[in-house]
Design a protein. Structure first.
Length: 178
């Protein structure tokens, strides 16, 4: 058995519909879903100076009966494929219909999986800098700990995340829970 925290993001097309479809795709694996937040695009403009539009973001806690952490990556890529995500070789953080990142994975005994395989780095190597993940994560796990970085509630109060926090805006009118 493994548990995982996944980040869902969309800034292209019907953003809420893409998040809902991802959640539906995860189906019975989902244990808890955060609120939906509108967040400025993280990662800067494209090579031509074009800005990436704001995202809708949410975070999910999910559980899988199998033991393989890579199953989460496979699922994430499949959800992105179904959402029609295109990759733009000239712009790493180009707008996308759906982005699913594997944030952290725990084994059945509660130990965090640590991996430096470039195909699946765990915990996700940039999440400690990302208010758009850390803030929604607190909705579903107020005592969440990011392996190697400490309590999530401390991370959101320290720089560089604290400066971004006011721009992570709850969308009270949008819910992913049915
Ligand atoms: N924890 C992880 N979650 C998702 N993808 C990962 C992870 N660790 C490594 N990768 C690899 O990162 C590669 C790029 O993934 P992707 O294009 O979704 O990145 P991104 O979401 O645009 O950027 P970022 O990695 O900064 O979130 C993929 O080939 C994937 O195998
Ligand atoms: N606001 C926001 N910015 C991003 C996001 C995201 O989900 N939300 N995902 C990225 C690649 O993982 C890059 N930048």
């Amino acid at each position: 058995m493994t548990r995982a925290v996944l980040s869902l993001g969309s800034n292209l097309g019907d953003r809420a519909a893409h998040l809902r479809a991802a959640l539906a795709g995860l189906g019975d694996l989902v244990m808890a879903v955060s609120g939906v937040y509108e967040t400025p695009s993280w990662g800067g403009p494209g090579p031509d100076g074009r800005e990436s539009p704001p995202y809708l973001n949410a975070v999910v806690l999910a559980v899988d009966a199998g033991d393989d952490p890579y199953a989460w990556l496979t699922r994430a890529r499949e959800l992105e494929r179904v959402a029609g995500r295109d990759r733009d070789p000239s712009w790493r953080y180009a707008p996308r219909t759906l982005d699913v990142d594997v944030i952290t994975v725990w084994t059945a005994d509660g130990a965090p999986v640590v991996s430096d395989d470039p195909d699946l780095v765990l915990p996700h190597p940039r999440v400690h800098e990302r208010a758009f993940v850390l803030r929604p994560w607190l909705d579903i796990q107020p005592y969440a700990e990011l392996p190697g970085h400490g309590w999530v509630y401390d991370l959101v109060r320290a720089e560089p995340v604290a400066a971004d926090l006011p721009n992570v805006r709850p969308c009270a009118d949008l819910s992913l829970e049915s």
